[in-house]
Design a protein around this ligand. Structure first.
Ligand SMILES: N[C@@H](CCC(=O)N[C@@H](CS)C(=O)NCC(=O)O)C(=O)O
Ligand SMILES: [Fe+2]
Length: 361
């Protein structure tokens, strides 16, 4: 076995390398984009083949290297299915196991709370806990659908129940510590040891931390494996093309699953609704796509920042007013429609075929 803990000083982020020394298959957990050269050199030096790039969550404070690792090494990118990262190759679910060669297994433990899609990875005697459990602390719960009660349950029911001597390797440490273990955290973590669920929620509600400096840039980028706008569009195009032609894999197809849960309307119906007037039209594409042409009076609200920006849009304060969403081809708007429904909007429609179909019509 090979195990390495790497540190990104600029964002206090830990990245982990795990590899099987026989087959040479490797994974990186939570790689940071600015460290790509370090990873490439390290993998090459040990003749390792990067099979997976795994994320504990969609990060708010740094940009992932997963998209770059996919481009350069063909690694498969994997993010929880609850993160809205639709261009990740693998939409991860609780209990899923990643295998390296015939001997190494990395098991996913869902640990929601810091974000709704946060997961931890259990490998041999150690758990990579992301920002769910930190040394002497835990991840904040005040953004990205975080929830303090959920985090308490994740930690107390799913991490603290691991064997006492399981090593805890966190996603960050802001004080230079690098490893802990379960018994130490269960008995001395000041936010959790001897604390009830209510006391924990109270502590988390009063943290009053400033927002991470990179949040507005990192979250949208990380939903697309850390790639920039052009690279993202390519990845989306490739994915849409493969969906339209053949279904080669049996992994759950997130977009199609989501389309079962929302309402799509065709171009004719969209035109009729817009003409009737009582509907808010929202373009969920990226800035460059919007600038190149959009529907008259469409509000601009890219899908990647929807949850952050929506509160500042007065036209969307009334959640009972019908909303029509569109993107380039109808996939991103379907995902955005699901997000709006989850936020409590009662009448959300997604324009099937998107702006491309609109232009053709
Ligand atoms: N100062 C840092 C903020 C880091 C931050 O908020 N980190 C998150 C994890 S993404 C957290 O949960 N921190 C817990 C804490 O600071 O106690 C930055 O700007 O990036
Ligand atoms: Fe985080």
């Amino acid at each position: 076995m090979i195990f390495k803990q790497l540190f990104d000083e600029a964002t206090w982020t830990y990245t982990y390398l795990i590899a099987d020394s026989v087959s040479k298959e490797a994974v990186l957990i939570d790689p940071v984009n600015t460290q790509i050269d370090v990873y490439l050199e390290m993998l090459e030096k040990d003749n390792l083949k990067l099979k997976y790039s795994l994320e504990t969550h969609v990060h708010a404070d740094h940009i992932t290297a997963s998209g770059l690792l996919r481009q350069k090494l063909g690694a498969q990118t994997a993010v929880s299915s609850l993160c809205g990262a639709e261009t990740a190759d693998i939409q991860v679910t609780d209990g899923q196991v990643f295998e390296l060669g015939s001997s190494e297994q990395i098991k996913v433990i869902a640990t929601p709370g810091h974000t709704a899609g946060s997961i931890s990875f259990l490998w041999r005697d150690r758990v990579m806990s992301g920002d769910s459990l930190l040394i002497g602390g835990c991840g904040r719960t005040d953004f990205q659908a975080g929830n303090s009660g959920d985090l308490y349950d994740s930690i107390t029911q799913h991490l603290f129940t691991l064997p006492d001597d399981t090593l805890v390797y966190p996603g960050h440490d802001y004080q230079g510590r690098w490893v802990s273990n379960i018994i130490q955290e269960r008995t001395s973590n000041p936010r959790l040891a001897g604390k009830t669920r209510e006391e924990f929620i109270e502590i988390m509600t009063n943290l009053n931390l400033p927002m991470p400096k990179l949040i507005e840039e990192a979250v949208p980028a990380n939903r697309y494996c850390g790639l920039d706008e052009d690279e993202r569009q390519d990845a989306i195009d490739k994915r849409e093309l493969s969906q339209a032609t053949v279904h080669v894999s049996n992994t759950p197809d997130l977009v199609n699953q989501v389309k079962q849960q929302i309402t799509e309307v065709d171009i004719n119906k969209s035109k009729q609704l817009i003409a009737e007037g009582n509907i808010v039209v929202v373009d969920v594409r990226e800035e460059s796509e919007y600038a190149a042409g959009h529907l008259d009076n469409a509000l601009f609200l890219p899908r990647g920042v929807l949850e952050f920006k929506i509160a500042s849009i007065t036209e969307l304060t009334d959640k009972t007013k019908p909303v029509l969403l569109y993107c380039r081809s109808g996939n991103r708007s379907a995902l955005a429609a699901k997000s709006l429904q989850d936020l409590g909007y009662t009448t959300v429609l997604s324009m099937a075929g998107g702006y491309e179909a609109w232009k053709k019509a």
